[in-house]
Design a binder for this molecule. Structure first.
Ligand code: NAD
Length: 269
């Protein structure tokens, strides 16, 4: 630790050389977390679908090692394969960010059961399974960080999102339970609960609302923010990434089982 700047403690690059597996990190919030951790010198395994080459190039620019896994998290055997790769290459990641997620918006009677099962599998089961495989390696290293991207919907419901709201409440429950199970170790588990963040997952909802309301996407976005997020501004992936860096730092050694809202005031109105 450096003590400069008038006695203010400046965090050194204490995370440099650690390894993070971030699910759903080819776009959106996961990529934002990858940027911020890589800036601290953390080697990254990217995961997910989309423009993988672009994500890899962006993260490699920080001079860290970049790996990739393309497991489909709907399937338990592919999650096991992802965690086996992580174990064999890195003795397990020091930092596990369970971030991949899916949304489907419809009233319960119109939501196809296959969409329900996919949301529960990706948002909820994959987080449990990933942690199940990651914790033994973290215990062996005697250090670890588990962060689950939950949501404001882990604390508040919205109509038309029953599978998503269920899965995000479960994500907070998982972080809390892991925090207790690991409380006497240097391994912490926490959830981050974003409000609206402008990512592909939300762009789909903006387009659908624009079509429903017969307005422009910009107007649909404004209405969505006005309904839920008192700040009237989108949260950014970079801001979520900053919170992840903090939760991984030694300053956060005793933050255990938190469900950190970063939601422009959504859940306190
Ligand atoms: P995104 O669409 O950019 O990211 C989702 C990621 O999950 C992508 O990388 C995608 O490839 C991956 N993914 C989806 N289905 C998958 C599957 N079957 N197998 C493997 N990977 C899969 O959206 P985002 O908004 O960045 O979402 C990231 C997380 O943040 C999600 O858990 C989401 O629920 C949560 N979240 C988002 C918001 C928001 O407003 N955008 C708010 C709160 C919480």
């Amino acid at each position: 630790m450096n003590y400069e700047n008038g006695g203010v403690a400046l965090m050194d690059r204490e995370l440099a050389g650690k390894h993070a597996l971030i699910t759903g990190s080819v776009s959106g919030i996961g990529l934002g977390i990858a940027h911020r951790l890589a800036r601290e010198g953390v080697n990254i395994t990217l995961h997910g679908f989309g423009d993988i080459d672009r994500a890899q190039t962006e993260i490699a620019a920080y001079g860290v090692e970049v790996d990739y896994n393309g497991s489909d998290l709907r399937y338990e055997d592919q999650i096991a394969a992802m965690m086996t790769q992580d174990h064999e290459r890195y003795g397990g990641s020091d930092i596990l960010i369970c971030n991949a997620g899916k949304q489907y918006v419809a009233p319960i009677e119109d939501c196809p059961p296959e969409e329900y099962h996919a949301i529960i599998a990706i948002n909820q089961d994959a987080a449990w399974l990933s942690a199940h495989y990651a914790v033994p390696d973290m215990r062996a290293k005697n250090w670890g960080r588990i962060i689950i991207t939950a949501s404001a919907h882990g604390k508040r419901a919205s109509p038309g999102k029953s599978p998503y709201v269920m899965s995000k409440h479960a994500a907070i429950g998982l972080a809390e339970t892991l925090a207790l199970e690991l409380a006497e170790t240097p391994i912490t588990a926490n959830a981050i609960c974003p409000g609206w963040v402008l990512t592909p997952l939300v762009e789909q909802q903006i387009s659908a609302k624009a079509e429903r309301d017969g307005c422009t996407p910009a107007e649909a976005a404004r209405r969505m923010l006005a309904e839920k997020q008192p700040s009237g501004k989108f949260v950014t992936p970079r801001q979520i990434g900053g919170a992840a860096v903090y939760l991984c730092s030694s300053d956060a050694d005793e933050i255990r089982g938190a469900a950190l809202s970063i939601d422009g005031g959504w859940t306190v109105r």
